[in-house]
Design a protein. Sequence first.
Length: 124
Amino acid sequence: MPLAGGPAFKLKADPRVTRSGRWLRKYSLDELPQLWNVLRGDMSLIGPRPPLPDEVAQYTNYHWRRMDVLPGMTGLWQVSGRSDLDFEAWIDLDIQYIERWSFALEMKILLKTIPVVIKGTGAY
């Protein structure tokens, strides 16, 4: 079932994902290839998650604000509940990150990412 209230598609028990795939997702190891995009300058280490084209097609003007910055590998949404949050909470956190950006916020997100990844919190 999609995240409540929005176009993003996340299934807690997605039948398309293998056992090893679930393990990779739980610990965010499936995100490692995105480091290449960060090194190329197409993504940031921290920022809103990159959306899929189908999601963007359903965006309102408010949702489009998250496109004002480069997408990131981790962000405020990921360290605040990840897939356990509904779509509007996800967008609100992305916009809060954009509006309140600071070096201190970046460091806070980066430091909070470590235990979230180690514990596999909210990942599916």
